[in-house]
Design a protein around this ligand. Structure first.
Ligand code: PLP
Length: 463
């Protein structure tokens, strides 16, 4: 399998090169040249596989430059850190199924991808003799999952900026209590946007970027999408075993990453296996407006109780656009340049196609909190606010003829304040994290100044 850019401007790459490149050099995103098809016979064979075995099968459809025994070991190691034997178990709660994606080390679904990505980076660097300095800004979840993915790994240092005092206390502690010598937390005196702008500016210094082999861990890396495809197939197979032939998925969405993995899964499986993908947004509804009107246009970011979805520019949207545009990279390039210039992209000519791929609902703050409360009263099951957005959308849009699987993207204890608003008290942290507040922590506090941050990176980077 070779990888190409959504903007058509690079020569095809092998998987390992695609993982190391992250963002394509022409500014586009990497995608496999073709999407393989999984037959019903293959599904019969996969029906009873444990998660890790299924992951191996699916990954090997997309990876032909890592020997099977190595891939097996990488997958095994990546999911050994999950607290549930099924890795991503499915449970029925009332009218919906919940796909629990929060049993990884940082209690959010990003662990599913970043545990694997960290191991892939280490594997490739060991073979090429290279090194990498990962640099990123986080408002919470991505940073802790990225740190958990690469802590202690040879050939990798990681620098994560977060806004000082503006993440949830648990999110900050999940990052700063990781004491491995290759992990550098930087609390920036400023907002998330300040931190993000500094990271962008440093990446734009190409000489610096090349000298320090800067790497990114945001959701543009193809390996992250690929890792997430697995749990859609896993959940589908569970329901298939119970007699369902067709299912819907409801996905709380910010960067379009997780739901794009669902789109890929839908294309891999025989037609109809995944009927509808419900794209659930919070009050930041750019993607809901896109599905209903065919217009993709940027607005102001609104702060909600589901902060990992407080996003206006969905970085993975371009991957879907590539398929919408009939795999025409030149057209995607023109579209994205137009969007960068004007902040809007008119795709209303594709409304019928978009409606076939997705249905969508934007969920308000009061609805989110009410859903957490109602669901807890009715089923004794706690939803985190991101998951609640997806569950509310599913309850509104579900079809009585098919089961709907709601992706549970974070553990409720991670967003305790929002949960307390709904049920009156904060849920306890799971045992593995219950002593978080008493652990030793390490973090540099720096001003929101590009040179100050650069100096810190230079002093601590691998070279
Ligand atoms: C990142 C995140 C999301 C959104 O995922 P995307 O891939 O950006 O759509 C939803 N819920 C939680 C808890 C997250 O951390």
């Amino acid at each position: 399998m070779r990888y190409i850019s959504t903007r058509g401007g690079i020569a095809p790459l092998r998987f390992q090169d695609a993982v190391m490149m992250g963002l394509a050099r022409d500014g586009g995103l990497l995608l496999p040249e073709t999407l393989p098809a999984i037959s019903a016979d293959t599904l019969d064979r996969w029906q009873h596989l444990p998660y890790q075995y299924l992951a191996r099968e699916i990954l090997s459809l997309f990876i032909d430059d890592i020997p099977a025994t190595d891939l097996e070991e990488l997958v095994e190691r990546s999911y050994a850190s999950f607290a549930h034997p099924q890795v991503t178990p499915v449970c029925k709660q009332g009218e919906v199924y919940i796909l629990e994606l929060f049993h990884g080390p940082t209690l959010a679904f990003k662990d599913v991808a970043l545990q694997l990505l960290g191991n892939l980076f280490e594997y490739v660097l060991a073979r090429t003799g290279g090194f990498m300095n990962i640099l990123g800004a986080t408002s919470g979840d991505t940073g802790s999952a990225a740190i958990a993915g690469v802590r202690g790994k040879a050939g990798i240092n990681i620098f994560i900026l977060h806004p000082h005092g503006r993440t949830s206390p648990i999110q900050a502690l999940q990052m700063t209590t990781v004491l491995d010598p290759n992990v550098f937390n930087i609390a920036v005196n400023g907002s998330f946007d300040d931190a993000q702008a500094i990271v962008k500016a440093i990446f734009n210094d190409l000489a610096f970027r090349d000298a320090y082999q800067l790497g990114a861990v945001n959701s543009i890396n193809w390996a992250r999408v690929l890792a997430q495809v697995v749990y859609y197939v896993y959940a589908y197979l569970k329901l298939r075993k119970q007699g369902a032939s067709s299912v819907d998925f409801s996905v709380p969405t910010g960067n379009f990453g997780d739901i794009f993995a669902g789109f890929v899964a839908r294309r891999l499986l025989p037609a109809g296996c995944i009927h509808t993908l419900i794209l659930a947004t919070n009050e930041n509804d750019i993607l809901t407006r896109f599905v209903s009107q065919g217009e993709y246009s940027r607005g102001q970011v609104i702060t909600t109780s589901s902060p990992s979805m407080d996003i206006q520019i969905a970085s993975n949207f371009e991957r879907y656009l590539y398929y919408l545009r009939g795999e025409n990279g030149g057209q995607v390039k023109a579209d994205m340049e137009g969007f960068a210039a004007t902040g809007t992209l008119d795709l209303s000519a594709f409304k019928a196609q978009i409606a076939e791929d997705f249905s969508s609902r934007s969920v308000s703050e009061p609805e989110t909190i009410a859903t957490i409360g109602d669901f807890h009263r009715q089923h004794g099951y706690l939803l985190d606010p991101h998951t609640a957005v997806g569950v509310k959308a599913a309850l509104e849009l579900k079809d009585a003829n098919r089961p709907v699987v709601c992706l549970a993207t974070a553990h409720p204890a991670k967003f305790g304040a929002a949960v307390a608003q709904a049920i009156g008290s904060e849920p306890p942290l799971p045992p593995a994290l219950s002593d978080l507040a008493s652990r030793e922590s390490r973090c540099a506090v720096l001003d929101a100044d590009i040179d100050a941050i650069k100096d810190f990176v230079v002093a601590n980077a691998l070279r």
